[in-house]
Design a protein around this ligand. Structure first.
Ligand code: CUA
Length: 180
C-alpha cells in the first residue's frame, strides 16, 4: 500500500472512531447517572488516554526521524566546497553551477531583502535539506551530495507574488571532476 493510501485509511479509521464515540454519547445522553461516580470514571479514562497519547507521540517521533533528516552541521576537517548564496525577490544569487559529489558543501545562505526558504531538491523532487535565508544573518548549511545529477533550489517560505519562480538549478558532478 502506498504511503498516501495508509494515511487515508488511518485518517478514515480515526474519524470513524471519533464518530462512534459521539454516537455513543448522544445515545446515552438521556440517562441519569450519579455525577461524582461518572466524573471519577471519566477522569480515570482520561488519564490513561493521555498517557497512551504521550507514548504514541514519542514512538511516532522516534520512528519517523530515524535516520535524522539533517546531517551533522559540525565543522569538518575534510575539504569543504563553500558556496555563498543570496536570496532576492525573486531569484537566487549563487555563483557555483556545478559541485562535487562526496565532498561536503557548505552553503552560506543570506537574503538581500526579506525572509526566504533555501531548500534543495533532487531530480525526483524530494526535499534533501533546507535552511532559512534571512536578511542580516548568514546561515551555514552543510550537505554532502551522495549522487551526481541535477538538483534544484526552491524557495520554501512565501515571500511575495513571484515566490514560486525562485528556482535555481545546479549540477553535482562525480568525485574527480572539477567544480567551478
Ligand atoms: Cu523567496 Cu518565497
Amino acid at each position: 500500500m502506498s504511503v498516501q493510501g495508509a494515511v487515508w485509511l488511518t485518517t478514515f479509521a480515526g474519524v470513524m472512531a471519533v464518530s462512534a464515540v459521539f454516537i455513543y454519547v448522544i445515545s446515552r445522553s438521556g440517562q441519569a447517572g450519579e455525577p461524582v461516580q461518572v466524573k471519577t470514571r471519566a477522569y480515570r479514562i482520561r488519564r490513561w488516554l493521555f498517557l497512551a497519547l504521550v507514548v504514541f507521540g514519542v514512538w511516532v517521533t522516534g520512528t519517523t526521524l530515524r535516520p535524522f533528516p539533517i546531517e551533522p552541521q559540525r565543522a569538518s576537517t575534510a575539504p569543504v566546497q563553500v558556496v555563498p548564496v543570496v536570496a532576492y525577490q525573486w531569484a537566487w544569487k549563487m555563483t557555483a553551477d556545478s559541485l562535487r559529489a562526496g565532498v561536503p558543501v557548505e552553503f552560506e545562505v543570506t537574503s538581500g531583502d526579506v525572509n526566504h526558504g533555501f531548500a534543495i531538491y533532487d531530480s525526483d523532487d524530494r526535499l534533501l535539506t533546507q535552511t532559512q535565508a534571512m536578511p542580516g544573518v548568514t546561515n551555514r548549511l552543510v550537505h554532502t551530495f551522495a549522487r551526481p545529477g541535477k538538483y534544484r533550489v526552491l524557495c520554501l517560505e512565501y515571500c511575495g507574488t513571484a515566490h514560486h519562480v525562485m528556482i535555481r538549478e545546479f549540477e553535482v558532478l562525480a568525485g574527480e571532476e572539477a567544480w567551478q
